[in-house]
Design a protein around this ligand. Structure first.
Ligand SMILES: C[S@@+](CC[C@H](N)C(=O)[O-])C[C@H]1O[C@@H](n2cnc3c(N)ncnc32)[C@H](O)[C@@H]1O
Length: 284
């Protein structure tokens, strides 16, 4: 392991906002924090939003700074990435941010029934050909259903048309409620990559030029998502960009978005769909 990684791992141990359960604390058994994030970590009973695969945690931090009335937990397995967000939350004493270093596969041992209000999945690996590892597969949705509140929302923001279409088909074929769907949220709007973020500048970045007149933005504003979460939540979709998102945007890759509910009785069925249509070049 490189010196820089060792230094970050050591520093991680000093951050009270970073929870790093050992495997034996979550493998096949419940962690003591399960059902107690409100009282033991945040000291309040405000809604809790989770970002799965948060990487360095920019999205978690930015959303938390905008919405002090909610608590945010960024989850990832990579300690050296989490270090960045955890250090920021620690140094700025952010009361509504925590990070959790664990495999998402163990998440059912960490959150209790109805404990989480919303889930964000941001730029997850599409896991082509490995459905059991895909974060929106029936296997993972059934895990999320154990702790997501009824009517809780799953947000999927991705550069992968494959993951987007797969998830859309799961939602459609299982009769899940879709609140918003776009295959190119930024459309032709110029200057799509934001110059910094709330997290970096302490100020809400301006919307990209032309975005407010774009069809995708107007479509999202008239979607059920806007009625449920409000215009600010729609605007935040554009004003908060993850690390990977800004890189994909710089390369001109369309960013897709899907918001849906996972309330469903019984098993989720695997979608009957045409993956070949959505495979990126080189995967066919
Ligand atoms: C492509 S990166 C995206 C990071 C961040 N969301 C962004 O957009 O900048 C995917 C992240 O998901 C994490 N990840 C993937 N599978 C995971 C799993 N099963 N459990 C925990 N973390 C996982 C990886 O460690 C990585 O940091």
């Amino acid at each position: 392991m490189g010196k820089d990684k060792i230094r970050k791992f050591k520093e991680n141990e000093t951050f009270s906002c970073l929870i790093q359960p050992r495997t034996d604390e979550v493998f096949g058994k419940d962690h003591p924090l399960k059902g107690h994030w409100g009282d033991k970590v945040f000291g309040n009973d405000r809604p809790i939003v989770v970002e799965l695969g948060c990487g360095k945690g920019e999205y978690t931090i930015d959303l938390a700074l905008r919405n002090p009335g909610c608590n945010y937990i960024g989850v990832d397995i990579k300690g050296a990435r989490l270090w960045k967000g955890a250090k920021y939350a620690h140094e700025h004493q952010l009361p509504n941010v925590a990070f959790l270093r664990t495999r998402i596969e163990f998440i059912g041992s960490l959150f209790g029934p109805g404990e989480i209000s919303e889930i964000w999945i941001t730029f997850a690996d599409p896991q082509i050909g490995r459905e059991k590892k895909r974060l929106t597969s029936p296997l993972f949705l059934s895990r999320y259903r154990c702790f997501l509140k009824r009517e809780g929302i799953v947000h999927l923001k991705t550069d992968s048309r494959y993951l987007h279409e797969y998830t859309h088909e799961i939602a459609r074929q299982n009769g899940l409620e879709i609140l918003a769907c776009s295959t190119d949220i930024y459309g032709k709007a110029a200057a799509k990559v934001l110059a910094g973020s709330f997290f970096e500048n302490g100020a809400v970045p301006a919307m990209a030029d032309g975005l407010e007149d774009s069809g995708a933005y107007r479509h999202l504003l008239s979607s059920p998502l806007a009625s449920v979460c409000g215009k600010d939540a729609v605007d935040a979709l554009f004003q908060v960009q993850t690390f990977y998102e800004s890189q994909y945007l710089a390369q001109g890759i369309p960013i897709t978005y899907l918001a849906f509910r996972i309330d469903h009785d019984g098993e989720y069925i695997c979608p009957d769909w045409e993956p070949d249509r959505w495979l990126p070049a080189g995967n066919q």
